[in-house]
Design a protein around this ligand. Structure first.
Ligand SMILES: Cc1cc2nc3c(=O)[nH]c(=O)nc-3n(C[C@H](O)[C@H](O)[C@H](O)COP(=O)(O)OP(=O)(O)OC[C@H]3O[C@@H](n4cnc5c(N)ncnc54)[C@H](O)[C@@H]3O)c2cc1C
Length: 378
């Protein structure tokens, strides 16, 4: 008899988990994969799309193209989760399974930052990035503020990438001299686990005239004066505000009683929740690695390998090791790389940096292409 696995969320985590179970177990598994969206977009594709480097239609990977045996995709919205019974209700159906994996990612709470929705832009959602793409070509002078509104947030390098790509975008159009760019970040340096990456980013900021305001988050936008208000009351005027909104676990997991301090706690090495047969992977957890696709994917692979071993009656495979690779866009088609390790030295993550180059840009392209092929057969 096959094991039924219900996967909530078809992002980095849900896609990798479903794919691996299908390729390893064949008819030994029956996977139902549920997502409210009809397509997947890589986080980094939002930056490409917003700066006109890729077309919106080209960055969408349609779930209808998933053809893995024993994986059934359902385009539905999860409305309720009963983790004790591993029962899930959606807008169209109800499900029960032997194993439940929650991979619902993080939602954005624009309302947590007064004025953001009215006076600013966020570029973390597909719709937000598309809206910025529309306004950027007519932004030719004034002050641009890239501002983080709260922690934790996805892909810690992304705000720095946004500032550097904006610089390159404006230079290409010959209007860079007319624009001030400021980046507001709650961290002391751009990438805290990697002083070398931070040094390289700060050097690039200095060379390109990007002002870095560390140790602050944007708590509100004053819609009357067009100023970003920082937590200590400092005000920064802006003509264009590109925000990283406050992140929250999706309401459905909070209502299910699965969260503590906002996110789903999991056993660090196995990704098991406190509910038997229920795992959680990726951004929705507080596992201790950053909210990033590479970590969501890796933790999903660990859960898949445990299930595969269990079904085959094999020994427990190695646990989640908390390491990952992040690529950093420096603009001008130059990409750097940071290899980070969050678990070896608990409380003191480390990272080593590879200088930006076209070769590393190609490596990032290869990463995306291999996922497109593996998950979508593209
Ligand atoms: C601008 C930007 C740049 C980024 N760059 C990088 C990068 O270079 N490298 C990197 O590793 N990461 C990057 N990220 C982060 C990365 O995109 C996320 O961390 C990653 O997608 C998390 O994977 P996940 O599987 O946990 O969640 P997600 O990929 O967010 O998937 C969650 C899924 O759940 C679905 N869902 C949510 N609620 C419901 C519901 N109620 N019912 C049904 N479905 C639901 C969503 O539609 C979504 O498809 C970037 C993110 C952004 C915004």
């Amino acid at each position: 008899m096959s094991t039924s696995v219900l996967v909530l969320g078809a992002g980095f985590g849900g896609l990798e988990l479903s794919t691996r179970l299908s390729e390893e177990l064949g008819d030994g598994v029956d996977v139902t994969l549920i997502d409210r969206a009809d397509s997947f977009v890589f986080g980094f594709s939002k930056l490409d799309m917003m700066f006109g480097l890729r077309e919106p239609a080209d960055v969408r990977l349609h779930y209808a193209d998933i053809t893995r045996p024993n994986v059934r995709f359902r385009h539905e919205t999860v409305l309720a989760i009963d983790p004790e019974a591993r029962r899930v209700v959606t807008d169209l159906d109800a499900y029960e399974a032997d194993v439940l994996v929650v991979a619902l990612g993080a939602d954005y709470d624009l309302g947590a930052t007064p004025g953001l929705a009215e006076a600013g832009h966020e570029f973390y959602s597909v719709a937000g990035a598309e809206a910025v793409r529309e306004v950027l070509p007519s932004f030719r002078s004034g002050s641009a503020v890239v501002g983080v509104c709260g922690t934790p947030f996805k892909c810690p390098p992304a705000p720095s990438e946004c500032a550097m790509l904006l610089d390159a975008f404006l230079r290409e159009r010959g209007v860079r001299e007319e624009v001030d760019i400021t980046l507001v970040m709650p961290f002391g340096i751009p990438i805290p686990p990697s002083p070398d990456s931070s040094k390289a980013i700060l050097a690039r900021f200095a060379r390109r005239g990007i002002e870095f305001v560390p140790g602050h988050a944007v708590s509100a936008l004053d819609t009357a004066t067009n100023e970003a208000v920082l937590a200590d009351g400092t005000r920064l005027g802006f003509d264009l505000f590109l925000g990283i909104p406050v992140h929250r676990a999706p309401a459905v997991v909070v209502e299910a009683g699965m969260t503590e301090d906002g996110w789903i706690p999991v056993e660090r090495y196995t990704l098991a929740t406190r509910f038997p047969g229920v795992f959680a992977v990726g951004d929705v957890t507080s596992v201790g690695t950053p909210k990033a696709g590479v970590f969501a994917e890796d933790s999903a692979r660990v859960v898949a390998d445990q299930l595969i071993a269990r079904i085959r009656g094999q020994d427990e495979p190695p646990g989640y090791d908390g390491t990952g690779v992040c690529w950093i866009e420096f603009g001008d088609h130059q990409v750097g790389r940071v290899d980070v390790d969050f678990f070896s030295n608990p409380g003191h993550p480390t990272g080593s940096f590879t200088d930006p180059s076209p070769a590393t840009a190609a490596e990032k392209g290869e990463f995306a292409a291999s996922r497109r092929a593996r998950w979508f057969g593209a």
